[in-house]
Ligand binder design. Structure first.
Ligand code: DON
Length: 304
């Protein structure tokens, strides 16, 4: 196996020299105070070796990365029926855009834009008796880590300023694609986005997508077809209107969040997570994308 540790150390050294770091998200007030100089990176390989450097053990708000986990849980509950309510095409639009939703009758383009994730949350709210605690338990189980938790302050902060998500949920509801009331679905959505993890925890959770649906304890959480679909959606939709650029530069399925995290994977080989809070103008971590480009270019490991 590749010597990831020395590559990561090298990336950290170069990352510290970068001067253009992007801008920390402030539309969720609770996230605005995060130190833009944080930088962490962790890799978990197929032999279950984990290596990391920088701030890889410090937790942050995973935000949109949670959408992949909600999708995965919803798929295990409703299977292919999910695709009647949400599409699988990249939107080419920012994560919080509403125009396509109106034109396409309340069926979101894909489950990784906000509108699609809201529909996925609605499915979970319908299926689960206690959505917040069952979803948290699902994520803790996959990671084999009971310390993963929600950050209630972040969830509440987003709820107070989540005007665009309220607009999206109301629009979806008006088209009849939301079974539950807007408030209940968004409350669950904001909580799911507020999950806190560090890079080392993120690679452990996303190990199931790299390891054909099986977690580190070898329990099966997803079928091969479901893993194929989720990885395909991460590749084509995981970075919104920058999905093409991420495939072009990095060449891996992955997902970003406005907390500055990115997680990506090469099936059967490795899973990598980065955290650098400064975002580019598409809402993706600037140094995270830069670091992942370095990693796949230096190792020659990408799906292409
Ligand atoms: O709904 C929102 O706007 C946030 N909770 C999540 C957005 C996000 O992370 C976009 N990703 N880069």
């Amino acid at each position: 196996m590749q010597d990831f540790q020395s590559i990561l150390n090298n990336i950290l050294k170069k990352a510290k020299q970068q001067t253009v770091k992007g801008k920390v998200a402030d539309y969720i007030p609770e996230l605005s105070g995060i130190d833009p100089d944080k930088f962490g990176i962790a890799v978990l390989d197929s032999e279950r070796n984990i290596c990391s450097t920088g701030d890889a053990k410090e937790q942050f708000s995973i935000q949109s990365i949670t959408k992949v986990l909600a999708l995965s849980m919803a798929m295990s509950h409703v299977g292919e029926a999910l695709w009647k309510r949400v599409g699988v095409e990249p939107s080419g639009d920012p994560f919080n855009h509403l125009s396509l939703l109106e034109m396409e009758n309340g069926i979101p383009r894909n489950p990784l834009i906000n509108a699609g994730a809201i529909v996925v949350c609605d499915i979970l709210v319908s299926r689960l008796e206690n959505p917040k605690s069952e979803f948290l338990k699902y994520v803790q189980d996959i990671a084999n880590d009971p310390t993963i938790t929600y950050d209630k302050k972040v969830a509440k902060s987003e709820k107070r300023t989540g005007y665009r998500n309220y607009a999206a949920a109301n629009l979806i509801k008006s088209f009849g694609n939301l079974e539950n009331d807007v408030e209940t679905v968004l409350d669950f959505y904001f909580y799911s986005c507020s999950l806190r993890m560090c890079c080392e925890q993120l690679v452990k959770v996303f190990y199931i997508f790299m390891n054909r649906g099986k977690c580190l304890r070898n329990n099966t959480h997803l079928t091969l077809t479901q893993v194929k679909r989720i990885n395909a959606i991460m590749l084509t939709c995981g970075f919104y209107d920058e999905a093409g650029e991420f495939a072009f530069e990095v060449g891996l399925p992955g997902k970003s969040g406005v907390g500055g995290g990115i997680v990506a994977l090469l099936p059967n080989k490795f899973c990598v997570a980065t955290w650098a809070p400064g975002l580019n103008d598409k809402g993706n971590s600037k140094l995270g994308m830069w670091a992942l480009e370095k990693l796949t270019t230096e190792t020659g490991l990408s799906i292409f």
